[in-house]
Design a protein. Structure first.
Length: 211
């Protein structure tokens, strides 16, 4: 089952990423994506091993961004692939049928392509401007999500879609109504002194939408 809230790891160093991952696990997160950019394969692998130990302690799912090989080596729950990363079908051959594979999309065509490549969920965005990504795709906004998801469903595709990109707590009600199953958040959670309160509110709002 795909979580309503994906925490995307953030930090200036691998050590900061691990510190924030531990913080979110303590706060009650159940889905962590390790997203280390501009680091060597060996550094990402070492950090992923440590991150897996933390997530296992709290029984939290760990997804590795960009690196199917590392997800395989550390026995993570899956991998998330960007638009310029390895093909999900190739990642599936390596990881097998039981691992989770997600993909990033910005357009209806992107989403349809990922469905054909049998991903388990789509990270769709960005919702608004964010400094987390260097190469930012066109902004979608709430109306963009509603229109795109409507067209996707009309085509008979009901894959879980997670909203990504600059999302804060105040955005959750309108995003929950747009049809997305959940949200991916990074900086907004890191900035909270008590992230557990934000986590609870987000889970509650998506639970209420599903009633």
């Amino acid at each position: 089952m795909i979580s309503n809230l994906h925490y995307i790891s953030q930090g200036k160093t691998p050590e900061e990423h691990l510190k924030n991952i531990h913080k979110m696990c303590v706060a009650g997160a159940n889905w962590i994506q390790l997203r280390l950019k501009d680091e060597t394969f060996e550094t990402v692998l070492k950090t992923a091993k440590a991150g897996k130990d933390i997530c296992d302690e709290f029984q939290v799912k760990l997804i590795i961004n960009d690196f199917p090989e590392i997800a395989h080596k550390v026995d993570a729950h899956g991998v998330h692939l960007g638009k310029e990363d390895e093909c999900p079908l190739e990642a599936r051959k390596l990881l097998g049928p039981d691992k989770i594979i997600g993909g990033t999309a910005n357009t209806l065509k992107d989403c349809e392509g990922l469905c054909e490549k049998q991903v388990d969920y789509i990270g769709l965005g960005p919702f608004r401007f964010t400094t987390t990504k260097k190469k930012l795709s066109p902004i979608l906004g709430a109306e963009g999500y509603q229109k795109l998801l409507s067209n996707l469903r009309a085509g008979g595709k009901f894959i879980p879609v997670i909203a990504i990109g600059g999302i804060t707590l105040e955005d959750i009600p309108i995003l929950a109504k747009s049809g997305v199953q959940g949200v991916a958040i990074s900086g907004h959670l890191n900035a909270q002194a008590e992230p557990e309160k934000i986590l609870q509110k987000i889970k509650q709002q998506f639970s209420e939408k599903q009633l």
